[in-house]
Design a protein around this ligand. Sequence first.
Ligand code: HEC
Length: 194
Amino acid sequence: MRISILALLSLFGLLLACTPSSNPQPVESFDPLPWLEKGSMVQASSFAVLSTKLKGVMEKQGIGEAIQYCSLSAQSLTDTLSRMYGCTIRRATLQTRNPVNQANDYEAAILADWAADLKAGKELTAVVQELTPDTVMYYAPIRMQPLCLNCHGTVGTEITAANYGLIQQRYPEDQATGYAVGDLRGMWSIQFVQ
Ligand code: HEC
């Protein structure tokens, strides 16, 4: 009798061991650190490429040519960088010049958090999100610098009427003016496949 109860118990134990609920796998936790590092590297080099090219054209050919250069090359440059780094790089904003850069709901939520941080005098920091089991998003803030105001500052003072005419020809629905140095202009939004 004693033996059969023991045998039953061990059989029961074996059965339990085989059911998934009694044999839990450790939950794989998402580690944002490597993505923060990767994202910050891609973001920094994309910013360097875009702003170096922009500065070069502004210095050699003037702001009018630089507007044309931006409108022709900004998208193709980010596409080239995306292929180079094997991810999808874009710039997103709530106040667009090019409507394709309109922030989606995820991006808009982070931009709102950063705007609140800025108001509270806090530093703005990059954010990593596991969007789906396959995709990780990296977001970093884009702030206004003195050079940017030539095309994103106040129309009539920082942006000449002639240059704003050129901008409006290409972007009739432009909303990307009126910024001051330090303002939050938008974000780098970089999608990695994991
Ligand atoms: C010579 C004019 C010029 C200067 C200077 C300039 N931009 Fe722009 N910016 C543009 C144009 C034109 C576009 C639209 C590009 C496109 O069609 O994708 C744009 C688009 C953007 C966008 C994408 C979002 C949107 O509204 O379409 C961001 C972000 C941005 N600029 C940030 C900056 C920052 C930061 C600086 C300074 C480092 C800067 N810009 C300097 C002309 C300029």
